[in-house]
Design a binder for this molecule. Structure first.
Ligand SMILES: NC(=O)c1ccc[n+]([C@@H]2O[C@H](COP(=O)([O-])OP(=O)(O)OC[C@H]3O[C@@H](n4cnc5c(N)ncnc54)[C@H](OP(=O)(O)O)[C@@H]3O)[C@@H](O)[C@H]2O)c1
Length: 406
């Protein structure tokens, strides 16, 4: 087989998130890096290319590739690259053919999906196929769910390294401060509810991406949302936790030699006191319930940005941040490790960084033949381990982990 023409192809580069990701690559990746932007509209691809030239006129712009989402086009496209970064959403609507092409052609894959029921339904279809072809496929590599997944991996690895034991449980307290959302993301949330209903959000299954025989006991969940943790304080229900718990528990199921056999991950949000914790929980439940009603979805859709647009991320960066604190306990209950992820800036920006840097790691692995050693499959962001953590630290993300003592 001839070597691929490109390191990375961004499919769906013309959208709000694809553009921010292409800006990150233009500004930060070496000029020797060979990449292409792909999509259905030639005129929008040319417009993006011209925009990228205004950011750095000293480097050649990416190659432009027009492609539909037809099987033939996609197979031809993914054969030309080491890694596909897929930004075509809603994923449940459009992206299964992209997964199929990468899994069967052995092309590494990363995406921004948060569509938990869709990801769970794709795993039985493409995990084995990707294992056979050697494609490392990482959905949910953006802000949902790389930070909690990498943080949990750091904590479990620290406990393993210090005690030789697995981790019984990690509890995380995640705070996502967002001042706005891109139209593509808002419309995707509504689209997922329309297709899958609200059951997966109302009563989340943190083990929906884990093979049945490996399911440990369901972790404690408070029916009123109030929970007190001895290290993290008062906690309440957390919406991003629904997707994050499924991904982190999958990481543990794929790597029991790090996490332990009966590991569980729970993600909640901090609250200043019990009444606020209970109120936040009730409010979230109300919003989830309202999403079941088409008129409410119509209202949210009409108040959102159109797909393809979103708030100016540089402006959002002044108001937004992400912070996750997490504590893990060893299997024998004697050792604790604490970790933190922090990002100060636009959530759309860190999402782009997380996925672009994950793709960067996969390019290196493909060149060094590391991917073959690591093995393919539908895996999780923490598969990329320390190498991804280091790249993200270099791009402005904080990751810390320490043992609290015996
Ligand atoms: N979890 C997270 O943290 C996170 C963060 C950011 C984004 N996301 C997800 O990423 C996805 C993209 O977000 P976005 O903000 O970039 O959305 P967007 O602005 O609407 O962009 C969507 C992209 O998909 C392409 N596309 C849409 N329908 C297509 C079709 N039928 N055939 C071919 N291409 C098609 C669009 O092409 P055209 O330009 O030609 O229309 C565009 O390039 C969404 O599903 C969103 O939920 C998740």
């Amino acid at each position: 087989m001839p070597p691929p023409d490109f390191d990375i192809i961004i499919l769906g580069a013309t959208g709000y998130t694809g553009t921010i990701t292409a800006e990150h690559i233009t500004s930060n990746f070496p000029s020797t890096f060979s990449w292409a932007i792909a999509g259905r509209s030639l005129s929008r691809l040319h417009k993006l290319s011209a925009h990228l030239q205004t950011i750095r006129s000293d480097r050649s712009p990416p190659t432009i590739l027009q492609s539909s989402l037809d099987r033939e086009d996609l197979h031809a496209l993914v054969k030309r690259t080491k890694v596909v970064m897929n930004v075509v959403g809603p994923y449940n609507r459009y992206s299964e053919p992209v997964l199929e092409a990468c899994a069967s052609e052995g092309t590494h894959y990363v995406d921004f999906s948060t569509e938990t029921p869709w990801i769970a339904s794709m795993i039985p279809r493409y995990h084995e196929m990707a294992k056979k072809s050697g494609a490392i496929m990482i959905p949910a590599a953006s802000n949902s769910s790389s930070p909690p997944d990498l943080l949990a991996w750091l904590i479990a690895s620290k406990i393993r390294e210090t005690t030789g034991r697995g981790t019984k449980e990690i509890v995380a307290s995640g705070q996502l401060n967002m001042a706005g959302m891109g139209g593509g993301s808002a419309h995707t949330v509504l689209d997922v509810v329309q297709r899958y209903g609200i059951g997966w959000m109302w009563k989340p299954d943190p083990f929906c991406m884990v093979p049945r025989p490996q399911r440990p006991a369901t972790p404690y969940r408070s029916p009123i949302g109030y929970q007190k943790h001895e290290d993290l304080g008062i906690l309440t229900t957390n919406l991003p936790g629904i997707s994050n718990m499924a991904i982190v528990n999958r990481s543990a199921a794929l790597h029991p030699e790090i996490y332990g056999a009966d590991f569980t991950y729970t993600e909640l949000a901090p609250a200043p006191n019990a009444p606020v914790a209970i109120f936040t929980h009730m409010l979230l439940k109300l919003v989830i319930l309202l999403l079941a009603f088409p008129p409410f979805r119509f209202l949210v859709r009409s108040l959102s940005y159109e797909p393809g647009s979103g708030p100016a991320w540089h402006e959002m960066g002044k108001k937004e941040s992400v912070m996750i604190d997490a504590v893990g306990v060893s299997e024998d209950g004697k050792t604790k490790a604490k970790g933190r992820f922090a990002w100060k800036g636009a959530v759309a920006h860190v999402s782009a960084i997380l996925v672009a840097e994950a793709a960067g790691v996969l390019v290196g692995w493909r060149e060094k033949g590391e991917g073959e050693r690591a093995g393919g499959g539908m895996v999780t962001p923490s598969k990329l381990g320390e190498e991804l953590v280091e790249r993200l630290r270099g791009a402005g993300c904080l990751f810390e982990v320490e043992v609290l003592g015996d």
